[in-house]
Each structure stands twice: as structure tokens, then as C-alpha cells.
Design a protein around this ligand. Structure first.
Ligand SMILES: [Zn+2]
Ligand SMILES: [Zn+2]
Ligand SMILES: [Zn+2]
Length: 324
């Protein structure tokens, strides 16, 4: 993510709603991919910003309100009668906007394509009984079906998420990670399935048609030991070729967004074609910086040659470049 500038010259950040220097209201305009001063530019602020303070995007000039491009694709929000749920929703929308920024920047398609029968990308943020006893659904599974990404709102609760992360023996679990991972399933359907990338996919990740429910049941009843030399980015990537793909897709988005942040801050100065090399260098620095602050590693993963080959393939797919 890059930084932006207010008309007064102050640096403003992607999540800001106001300039800290001049106090003007600012918001992100997905049409120009820039932060704008809303009064000066004549943009309408998203209704979810004014009413719930969960959004800081503006409505594009060619769209009529009340919601911005990001909020329009949230189909279900948690029950908003409690402050806790609004807080959780705010965290999830913020992660979703960061995902959308990357997807828009990569020019990836998220609108429906009726000709090829691809649904639009959408989101549902659902709670279950563990966070709200009044909700009928016992357990909401975070996942992706037919273009809709469902995220259990308990993922926005630090305590709940840390308990799950620890139980699942995961190195990393965040709302942004969920958004990025689940978008991988959407783009598998949209960009890989029945496409010219299909044979490379099978070569690198395996057969996507492998019985999904059986593979996941086997993974949970008999979790493997994570050994980086096996060529998987994470433990969960072992579970099924589609999960391996989605994990690598999420990492690709982590990497390109973090590299943009670092380039913008002049921490690295090379060009984009060196992205893997830059990432290997930057991720070590990130981890060392975190260690200096007594925090755990920011990027607790090992990129083996096999994983790097998978990431390079994703770079081709995300850039919609011909397969090599
Ligand atoms: Zn300002
Ligand atoms: Zn909005
Ligand atoms: Zn998945």
C-alpha cells in the first residue's frame, strides 16, 4: 500500500477519514485509486461511513449512492444492534477494502460475467452462536461458494481468533489473510478452471477434482507435520490442491502489497521484476524488526524453491499473462 497526500500537503493513509493536519474529510476513490478531499472533489461519502463509521471510501462519480464500490458487495452484515458487532464488522470491512485495493490494482475482474457464467465477487459477514447466542446457526464456516466469500465475524475478535489459530497450529491468522485466501478460491474458478492455465495448475498443485470433503476430513483427523521441503507454504496448504492454491494466492497478495508499502517508504528501491528477490530480503528485515520489538515474526514462513515456482505461476495468472 502506498501513502497519499492531502491538498494541504500532509501525508494521509489508506484508512484515514480525516486529514490530521487540516481536518478536512478524506476518502478513497476506487475510480482514481487515490485518496480525495471529499468537499473539494465533490465526492459523496459512503453511507456506511456516515452512519456506522465502518468505511472510508467515496462513491464513484459515475455511480449513484448510497454505498461505495466496496460496501455494495457486502450482501450480509452481522446483526448491527450491538456495538460489539459493529466493531467486528468495521474490522472485516477494513480488511476487505485492502483486498479490493490489490484486486483493482491488478485489474482482476470482480463484476459478474454472464457470458462465461462467472458470478460477481460478494461477501457475507455472519455470526454464529459462539459470539451471539441469539443466532440460530451453530457454526458459520469461513469459505467461498459461487462467488460469495463468507467470513465468520468471530474472526474479527482477537481472543477468539487467537484461540482458533493456536488450536489449528497456524503460524498466521488475520481477517486480511482470510479475505485474501478466500479470494483465491474465487479466482481459481474465474481464471484457472477450464482455462489455458489448467495443465500448469495440475502440475504444480495437483488435481483440483480430488474429493474435497474427504481430503479435508482426512487433514483434520490426521494433520501432517509441516516440513517446508515438502513444497507447501503452510500446514493447511497440505489439505487439498485448491487449499494449496488459495494459500499461495493469499501469500502472493501479502507479498505484493507489502512490497508496495516498502517501495513507497524507500526501504527498497528495485523494480517490480525483482519481486521475489526483494521479498526474500524484505521479509527477513521485517522479522528482525519485529524481534527487536519483542514481537513474533511478521512473516513466519519459509519460501522453498517449489513454493517460489508456485508464486511465480500466480504472478502470471494475476497479471493475466500467457502461461509459460
Ligand atoms: Zn490536510
Ligand atoms: Zn463504503
Ligand atoms: Zn480455502
Amino acid at each position: 500500500m502506498k501513502t497519499f497526500k492531502c491538498v494541504c500537503g500532509q501525508i494521509i493513509y489508506f484508512d484515514n477519514t480525516h486529514c490530521l493536519n487540516c481536518g478536512e474529510r478524506v476518502g478513497f476513490d476506487p475510480a482514481s485509486m487515490d485518496m480525495v478531499n471529499t468537499d473539494l472533489s465533490g465526492h459523496q461519502v459512503c453511507h456506511n461511513s456516515l452512519k456506522y463509521n465502518v468505511c472510508n471510501w467515496v462513491i464513484e462519480k459515475n455511480e449513484s449512492g448510497p454505498l461505495c464500490k466496496s460496501c455494495r458487495i457486502t450482501h450480509i452484515t452481522p446483526n448491527l444492534s450491538t456495538i460489539e458487532n459493529i466493531k467486528r464488522w468495521r474490522i472485516l470491512e477494513s480488511a476487505k477494502r485492502r483486498l479490493l485495493y490489490s484486486l483493482l490494482k491488478l485489474n482482476l475482474p470482480i463484476a459478474a460475467d454472464p457470458v462465461n457464467k462467472h458470478p460477481a465477487l460478494g461477501f457475507e459477514f455472519l455470526e454464529d452462536q459462539s459470539t451471539n447466542p441469539l443466532v440460530a446457526e451453530e457454526y458459520v464456516r469461513t469459505g467461498h461458494t459461487m462467488g460469495v466469500i463468507t467470513i465468520n465475524t468471530s474472526e474479527a475478535d482477537d481472543v477468539q481468533r487467537e484461540i482458533t489459530r493456536s488450536l489449528m497450529k497456524e503460524a498466521y491468522r488475520t481477517p486480511l489473510g482470510h479475505c485474501r485466501h478466500e479470494s483465491g478460491h474465487y479466482f481459481y474458478d474465474r481464471l484457472i478452471k477450464n482455462s489455458e492455465y489448467q495443465s500448469s495448475f495440475v502440475e504444480l498443485f495437483g488435481d483440483a477434482g480430488l474429493d474435497y470433503e474427504a481430503a479435508l476430513a482426512d487433514y483434520y483427523s490426521n494433520p501432517p507435520r509441516h516440513q517446508p521441503e515438502a513444497g507447501y507454504i503452510s500446514l493447511y496448504a497440505h489439505s487439498h490442491p485448491l487449499e494449496d492454491w488459495a494459500e499461495c494466492w493469499a501469500h502472493y497478495l501479502h507479498i505484493i502489497d507489502t512490497l508496495e508499502t516498502a517501495r513507497n517508504a524507500n526501504i527498497i528501491d528495485s523494480q517490480e521484476d525483482d519481486w521475489i528477490h526483494d521479498w526474500l530480503r524484505l521479509s527477513v528485515i521485517l522479522n528482525e524488526l519485529n524481534s527487536s520489538m519483542g514481537q513474533s515474526f511478521a512473516y513466519p514462513f519459509v519460501l522453498t524453491q517449489r513454493v517460489i515456482i508456485k508464486l511465480r505461476f500466480i504472478h502470471q495468472v494475476a497479471g493475466q499473462l500467457p502461461p509459460s
